[in-house]
Ligand binder design. Structure first.
Ligand SMILES: Nc1nc2c(c(=O)[nH]1)N[C@H]1C(S)=C(S)[C@@H](COP(=O)(O)OP(=O)(O)OC[C@H]3O[C@@H](n4cnc5c(=O)[nH]c(N)nc54)[C@H](O)[C@@H]3O)O[C@H]1N2
Ligand SMILES: Nc1nc2c(c(=O)[nH]1)N[C@H]1C(S)=C(S)[C@@H](COP(=O)(O)OP(=O)(O)OC[C@H]3O[C@@H](n4cnc5c(=O)[nH]c(N)nc54)[C@H](O)[C@@H]3O)O[C@H]1N2
Ligand code: SF4
Ligand SMILES: [Mo]
Length: 667
């Protein structure tokens, strides 16, 4: 059976290369590509049976029109002609009656390949519609890091082989950074220490020499406490900081107030442990902090990441191979010109800005504001993934709202659509891929024809553009033409690649790109910016998260079995993930007479969610954690964890604060 190169399209830092076996109409087998420069053939369990998803009998195969109530999930098949006519008819009417700000495009990370993810922008730019601020994931992390190191590339995980100590700071690497686990395990065998700083250490505790449990949203206090110790004991690399950083002297003076005892009172980690951790960190020559995104999803998330980034410079670790910070911005140079996909030049007016985390608020609208009349969702399942589930459902149920969803499966969001358009899988389309966690880039081409009447996002937007009467040549090309154009007009990141690598991109596969230079500071000043005068708070300091009035801090973490709403069609993965669990510390459980396995309810001012209690000492006291996104039908009362999430934003990056909510729990 012929074997083709392909690439994993999902929202995961690795963007693994795949070998896909196909008879020309069906995919029969999928495995990791051993020649892939990143994963070397190691892929997660989810993608090892990718063909089960592609050929699932639950797939939506034709355009559908709603026949029941919104949310009920009753639809009937219609032709593409009818679908396009209905949608463009509604858009034209809305443009005439209310103007372009009544139309909201909504997408996020269902598909991460570059054309299929971003191609709707060109059409909505042409239309002049609302503009979505896409900050559902880790924008606070990016903003915090950049405020100190600008565009300086962080460590590529492949550089971790040279580190001599690992601080895994809020990352469930086994679930979300699988390809770095072998290096971590090997390093540990060689005697390199692994310290895990977590609010919920469930899956990673077994791989760490030391587990430090921190109260959610307080890592900034821990970082400040450690820097206090470094300075007090003269363990910081003051020569490096004086030469390479701006504001070191001024910041150093402020550290006096952040004693380990103060830090203990904020983050719950004992002062003694903070002192030991700081000494251990300073004693290592090339320690790597492997930073997840969890602790950035707070009202103080930008500041937290800023402080951790500053800590990473304090012992001069960046000067040594393997030392520094991993998890932020490894590939620093653009590979392709994304404006060839998004076409900002087609936009003639600035549209109303809508933050993705505030969908419920936008649909509700305000007095005097133009109402959102048309919502176009693709590559996203906001009912499960965006804050304030009940508010979003209320908005989607509005009879005056016309909703289109491009989907592969009947998600809880698709159930509210007026029209559903059937979407393709990665093997049924062509595209370019850029890994966000590594220095790598790839291209993969269509292997099998689309199932049923499914179409790629690109093809759908071209059809809709035609239906709108837009004659721009952009909308008349195939996605293969666009892939070729992008590769023929490379940006700086691809300019030095070899002819062999160029050939790989033309035929399909991932290529490795050079690591960043970690000591050439790509900041406006050319230095590490400990003090940054462009910020509201030039001098970094401790900042509280949003918090709330309820006694337990709720965090919503990724599940290792699924990936956000992707793979919910896979019975074997859903089964092994199990019920909707809420992890709770034994002391907090006992105080509420909760036993392991009890049915419990978590609640706050936004609503109530039914969970099964899992009592574990691996979660910080005063915290509860819910892993994974579920379907409404899998939940005891139809409510998912994001029912309990407010729509508040982070301090930097206008990002989600989905970990920054409080609840009470009862039997
Ligand atoms: N299997 C799987 N893989 C995935 C995903 C998935 O859902 N499943 N999601 C994908 C996506 S979209 C992304 S963005 C990445 C996810 O990337 P991350 O968000 O980095 O996810 P995790 O690796 O689970 O790390 C987050 C960790 O932060 C911890 N945490 C939460 N709050 C705090 C805090 O205040 N302090 C500290 N120290 N820790 C805290 C949580 O307990 C959790 O273990 O992974 C991607 N890969
Ligand atoms: N409770 C909780 N909430 C979370 C998270 C969490 O861990 N827990 N994680 C947060 C994070 S980090 C992120 S990034 C967001 C992700 O949130 P979203 O971007 O909403 O991602 P998903 O929930 O996975 O929904 C993606 C949908 O896209 C569809 N899809 C996949 N490929 C294609 C395609 O080619 N075309 C089209 N049209 N559709 C496609 C999939 O079937 C899926 O239903 O969720 C956030 N919300
Ligand atoms: S989900 Fe992540 S680990 Fe799994 S194959 Fe895709 S990129 Fe690799
Ligand atoms: Mo994400």
């Amino acid at each position: 059976m012929p074997i083709y190169k392909s690439i994993c399209p999902y929202d995961c830092p690795t963007t693994c290369g795949l070998l896909v076996e196909s008879d020309g109409t069906r995919i029969t087998k999928v495995k990791g590509d051993p020649d892939d420069p990143i994963c070397s053939g190691l892929i997660c369990r989810k993608m090892q049976r990718y063909e089960k998803s592609i050929h699932s009998t639950d797939r939506i195969l034709t355009p559908l029109k709603r026949t029941g109530q919104k949310g009920e999930g009753k639809f009937e098949p219609i032709s593409w002609d009818e679908a396009v006519e209905t949608i463009t008819g509604k858009w034209k009417q809305s443009l005439d009656e209310y103007g372009p700000d009544s139309i909201l495009p909504f997408y996020y990370s269902g598909v991460m390949s570059l054309i299929q993810r971003n191609c709707g922008d060109a059409l909505f730019n042409k239309m002049g519609s609302c503009q979505l601020i896409k900050t559902l994931c880790s924008s606070a992390k990016g903003a915090g890091y950049q405020s100190v190191l600008g565009g300086t590339g962080g460590l590529d995980p492949r550089e971790l082989v040279d580190s001599d100590m690992y601080i895994v700071w809020g990352s469930n690497m086994k679930a979300t950074r699988l390809q770095s686990m072998p290096d971590l395990l090997k390093g540990r065998k060689q005697g390199k220490r692994v310290v895990l700083i977590e609010s919920f250490a469930g899956e990673m505790a077994q791989y760490a020499d030391q587990v430090v449990l921190v109260k959610p949203g307080t890592d900034g206090a821990l970082a400040l406490g450690m820097m206090h110790v470094l300075v007090k004991e003269g363990l910081e690399d003051s020569e490096f900081l004086q030469n390479e950083a701006i504001g070191y002297a001024e910041f150093k003076d402020t550290l006096d107030e952040y004693s380990p005892e103060w830090a203990e009172s904020v983050c719950g980690v004992s002062a003694q442990l903070i002192v030991e951790l700081a000494r251990e960190y300073a004693a290592a020559k090339a320690p790597a902090i492997i930073l997840g995104s969890g602790n950035s999803r707070y009202g103080n998330g930008g500041m937290t990441v800023r402080l951790i980034t500053i800590l990473s410079t304090f012992s001069g670790a960046w000067q040594h191979p393997g030392g520094g910070l991993c998890g932020c911005n490894p590939g620093m140079r653009e590979c392709i010109d994304s404006t060839r996909i998004t076409r900002p030049d087609l936009r003639e007016r600035v549209g109303r800005k809508v933050n993705i985390n505030q969908l419920a608020m936008a649909l509700k609208g305000e007095e005097g504001q133009i109402p959102i009349r048309c919502l176009h969702i693709y590559g996203s399942n906001p009912v499960g993934s965006v804050s304030n589930q009940l508010g979003i459902e209320q908005g989607l149920a509005d009879p005056d709202l016309f909703t289109v969803v491009h989907e592969r499966f009947m998600t809880d969001t698709a159930r509210y659509a007026d029209i559903i358009l059937p979407a393709t899988f990665s093997v049924e389309q062509s595209d370019c891929y850029s890994a966000y966690g590594y220095c790598s880039f790839g291209a993969a081409y269509k292997i099998i024809p689309a199932a049923g009447e499914c179409k790629s996002n690109w093809d759908i937007f071209c059809l809709l553009a035609k239906g709108m009467g837009y004659t721009d040549s952009h909308f008349q090309r195939s996605e293969d033409d666009l892939v070729a154009e992008l590769l023929d007009n490379p940006m700086a990141g691809l300019q030095d690649i070899t002819s062999k690598q160029r050939e790989i991109l033309k035929t399909g596969g991932m290529i490795s790109l050079p690591y960043a230079d970690h000591t050439s500071w790509k900041t406006p000043s050319g230095k590490i910016e400990i003090i940054n005068n462009t910020l509201k708070d030039p001098v970094p300091h401790y900042q509280e998260c949003h918090g709330g009035p309820y006694p337990l801090r709720l965090i919503a973490v990724p599940s290792s079995e699924t990936l956000n709403s992707v793979f919910l069609e896979r019975e074997e993965l859903v089964q092994s993930r199990g019920a909707m669990f809420l992890e709770i510390h034994p002391d907090d459980a006992e105080a509420r007479s909760i036993a392991d396995g009890d049915s419990i309810v978590a609640y706050n001012d936004l609503g109530e969610v039914a969970f099964t209690a899992r009592v574990t000492p691996l979660i910080a006291k005063g915290a509860v954690a819910a892993a994974g996104i579920f379907m409404r039908r899998q939940s005891g009362n139809g409510n998912l964890v994001n029912t309990l999430h407010h729509e508040r934003l982070s301090d930097m990056g206008e990002a989600t604060t989905l970990n920054d909510n409080t609840v009470e729990v009862r039997i």
